[in-house]
Design a protein around this ligand. Structure first.
Ligand SMILES: Nc1nc2c(c(=O)[nH]1)N[C@H]1C(S)=C(S)[C@@H](COP(=O)(O)O)O[C@H]1N2
Ligand SMILES: [Mo]
Length: 431
């Protein structure tokens, strides 16, 4: 029987796989993956128009972190489908790599004395931010996809600020470690001198077991195991971005999957009408009225009156922040910019738009759209989808659909549309 040792003892960690080579291979994968995650994450943040209106802004204290924000384009119409699909699918795929990377350096976490010098102490502190930050952003992301807003209203804040903390530590770590990582990868093929230096570095590395167990697999085998895990996750996730039989392979489907059935409304539903308390009584033809608010005052229109306005079609997907998306659906309804005119905006510049749903509670009952989104001829207040009236769960009697916009801006069960310049109203509390 093995002696009882503590994790702080140099003989506690015995896997012969640990060492700079394994750590470096995994590190390089993350060096490529994490920047893609960060970039697509920043795009996702920008796509919500957080700088347009307090209604869309979950992070009013962002300060300089919001300096890069820009008007999210409406072209290509599948833009958010791509950026957010990559963000979420890659994030899930990287989980085994991240865990393996942490496993490969875990002896360092227990090193004693905690620091031999001030520089070492600072480095270890930054590692705490790095490891804690990585676990935090990955965990919040995955919980949000799977558990549907476990953190009501606070997910964006946690994930956004957490990402900045994590990425700062990541950049520092990459700068400090990259030279050693490349040396570790070159070592096997390098000239003799390199090898000696490599052996010395391995000794100092602190992850190599001083009394290794007999190997049960090679380092290559371990990498295949990690890569296989990633492939498995990729294969059971990526279907969420496609239709048809591929979608059924998405075993890691998002939370609360409601079967939308077949027919014109047979594509994924996020929240059902029943789940947010929108009833057939209030959406009935003789009850529901849309309020259009603008310089002309308030215009009220029923569904039949909207259907009598010029109708336009657009083939657009629903693409959710949770990473799933649908293929293009055939939407039909009234152009947002035509409604702006009806509200009194005439032939002047297209205004921004504040949309409010019949839904009385919940974070997604209101959304602000920017003038460039209102102005796009494919941006509709849709009455029909795929040749039939909207189903209750897809937003009957009317919903917003905008090209390239995240799902959350495509408000369902619309009750009120307010056309005005929102940038002028910034700072006013619109919540
Ligand atoms: N009123 C309202 N509109 C809403 C939502 C909501 O919860 N309430 N969810 C949004 C989100 S997050 C998405 S992804 C899409 C999903 O649309 P679908 O259910 O028709 O696929 O609707 C959006 N519109
Ligand atoms: Mo969504």
């Amino acid at each position: 029987m093995r002696d009882l040792t503590l994790p702080t003892s140099s003989t506690f960690w015995r896997s012969p796989l640990r060492g700079p080579r394994l750590t470096s291979v995994l590190g390089i994968v993350l060096l490529v993956g994490i920047p893609v995650m960060f970039a697509t994450g920043l795009l996702s943040y920008a796509a919500y128009n957080p700088d347009l209106s307090p209604v869309n802004d979950q992070t009013p204290d962002k300060g300089l972190l919001g300096a890069y924000l820009f008007a999210w384009p409406t072209d290509p119409h599948w833009l958010y489908r791509l950026t957010q699909g990559v963000h979420v699918t890659l994030g899930i795929t990287l989980v085994p790599v991240l865990l393996a990377k942490l496993w490969s350096v875990i002896p360092k976490l227990f090193e004693v004395p905690p620091a031999r010098s001030l520089a070492r102490a600072l480095e270890r502190l930054s590692l705490l931010t790095l490891v804690g930050g990585a676990l935090f952003v990955f965990a919040t992301g995955i919980l949000n996809i799977q558990l549907d807003y476990l953190f009501p209203g606070s997910f964006y804040r946690l994930h956004f600020y957490g990402a900045w903390v994590f990425v700062s530590a990541f950049v520092l770590h990459a700068v400090l470690r990259l030279p050693a990582a490349f040396r570790a990868l070159r070592r096997r093929t390098g000239p003799r001198g390199d090898e000696d230096r490599g052996a010395r570095e391995e000794e100092l590395d602190g992850t190599v077991a001083s009394e290794p167990d007999a190997p049960t697999t090679s380092r290559r085998g371990a990498l295949w195991f990690v890569g296989g895990g990633s492939l498995l996750l990729l294969g059971t996730t990526v279907g969420r971005s496609f239709d048809g039989p591929v979608r059924a392979t998405a075993l890691l489907a998002p939370h609360g999957w409601t079967d939308p059935g077949d027919g014109p409304g047979g594509f994924q539903v996020n929240k059902t009408a029943a789940s947010v308390g929108v009833t057939p009584e209030e959406t009935a033809d003789d009850v529901w009225r849309l309020a259009l608010v603008g310089p002309a005052g308030t215009v009220r229109l029923g569904r039949a009156e909207l259907a009598a306005l010029p109708q336009h079609s657009a083939a657009l997907p629903i693409a959710c922040v949770e990473g799933w998306s649908t293929s293009d659906q055939q939407w039909r309804g009234v152009r947002l910019r035509d409604l702006a005119r009806l509200a009194g905006h005439g032939d002047g510049p297209t205004p921004d738009l504040l949309v409010t749903s019949l839904q009385r509670t919940g974070a997604f009952r209101r959304a602000a759209l920017r003038a460039n989104q209102v102005d796009d001829p494919r941006s509709l207040l849709a009455l029909d989808v795929n040749g039939a009236p909207l189903t209750p769960d897809h937003g009957f009697p009317a919903r917003v659909i905008v090209p390239a916009a995240p799902g959350v801006l495509n408000t369902k069960w619309v009750a009120r549309m307010e056309f005005r310049d929102l940038s002028a109203a910034r700072g006013e509390d619109d919540r």
